[in-house]
Design a protein around this ligand. Structure first.
Ligand SMILES: [Zn+2]
Ligand SMILES: [Zn+2]
Length: 386
């Protein structure tokens, strides 16, 4: 079968201390400090077969994520840009839907049948470490990540643990066109990342709240729709890309601005009649720009959910958090807490319509063209169809 494989050289930058964990596992904790000379190639690879507790899926749709772009792009010294946990070579791709072709031995696959349509968590949490046992799978100590440390879904088929699969029949009930249903199902994962930040981590908001979303990429577009679905009276979005601003409007944001032209804090205070934001969502990965605006616009009891990733320090004026009785929540991941089944229900009910954010499709044979297009950062979600 064909798969889009990323290979790279293990060449830690001078000054980067390789930890005993990295040495023993071959996994880089900070990918961009270790993996050099990345090469992405669509190659012939053997079709895997499912072991105990696993299922083999025929991949039907796979989204291109910002992380995938950070594998495609590299810096001046030819290191990958992606900062996180990685092990190569691996097939990339982690936002996907597929059809079960084969079920491995053991009880875990018993709830599924061949032909079932599913989407899959990207985080392979172990279930037996301390944090998993405490109920926090997004912080598993033995984490593997599909498309980052093990083979992903930009391929014709993939083997995944059955425990990570979620049926998507509700999405097929909603969309008469099956192709659309497969593609929408592949957007479940990024929407779950937004759900985890807004509801699981930050605890959500009461209906009627003012919600501000910074960044309208796929995570921000998910946050906008979730906020509307949960009863926000006004959702204000800031986004530098014009295409994405139009998508933010299309999925229901009430006010959408280019933060370069319209200073965010002034706009938020104006629209909220001076009351400020009950919830601000960082989905831009630019905290040095967004956090000061959020800090200035905190409502009393206001919350900040940090979902976008950025390896940067940001100064904060904590006095403001005290005076406004406010809090900031760090969010990572999408697993556990009923998040996947809830988002699948929302997609199935039409309260979230991710068909609106899919802006391009490519066959697997043109996967590299899909990644190239994604580097322009003008799309909502780009989908690869094997
Ligand atoms: Zn992703
Ligand atoms: Zn664990």
């Amino acid at each position: 079968m064909k798969g889009l494989v990323l290979s790279a050289q293990w060449e830690p930058r001078s000054g980067y201390r390789v930890s005993p964990f990295e040495k023993s596992t071959g996994k880089a904790v900070e990918g961009f400090n270790v993996w050099r000379h990345p090469k992405l190639e669509l190659v012939e690879i053997p079709q895997p077969s499912p072991g105990p507790g696993e299922v083999l899926l025929r991949v039907r749709a796979c989204g291109v994520c910002g992380s995938d772009i950070h594998f495609y792009e590299h810096d001046a010294d030819d290191y990958i840009l992606y900062p996180g946990l990685t092990k190569f070579p691996a097939v990339i791709g982690h936002e996907f839907s597929g059809e079960i072709l084969e079920i491995g031995p053991g009880p875990q696959g018993e709830r599924f049948s061949v032909g079932d349509r599913v989407t899959v968590e990207e985080m392979v949490w172990c279930g037996h470490c301390r944090t998993c046992r405490d109920g926090f799978p997004n912080h598993c100590e033995n984490l593997e990540e599909i498309g980052f440390t093990i083979d992903g879904a930009m391929a014709e088929a993939i083997v995944v643990p059955a425990k990570l699969c979620w049926p998507i029949d509700a999405i097929f009930e909603r969309y008469a066109d099956e192709d659309t249903a497969w593609e929408v199902a592949a957007t479940t994962e990024p929407t779950c990342v937004a759900y985890n930040g807004v509801f699981e981590r930050a605890g959500g908001f009461r209906p009627g709240a003012y919600v501000v979303v910074y960044g309208a990429g796929p995570i921000g577009l998910g946050a906008i729709q979730l906020a509307k679905a949960a009863g926000a009276s006004k959702v204000i979005a800031f986004e530098v890309s014009e295409v994405r601003r139009r998508l933010a409007e299309a999925v229901g944001a009430d006010h959408v601005f280019d933060p370069v032209e319209t200073p965010a804090a002034a706009a938020v205070m104006d629209i909220t009649h001076g009351e400020g934001a009950d919830l601000s969502v960082e989905a831009a990965g630019a905290p040095e720009k967004t956090i000061p605006q959020m800090e200035e616009t905190l409502a009393v009891n206001g919350k900040i959910a940090v979902i976008g990733r950025a390896a940067k320090r940001v100064p904060m004026y904590l006095e403001r958090f005290q005076v406004r009785r406010s809090q900031l929540f760090g969010a990572q991941g999408h697993s556990g807490h009923g998040i996947f089944p809830s988002v699948i229900r929302l997609l199935g009910s039409g309260l979230i319509d991710n068909a609106k954010i899919i802006t391009a499709r490519f066959p697997l044979s043109r996967a590299l063209d899909a990644l190239e297009k994604a580097t322009h950062r003008e799309d909502g979600k780009i989908i690869i169809r094997p």
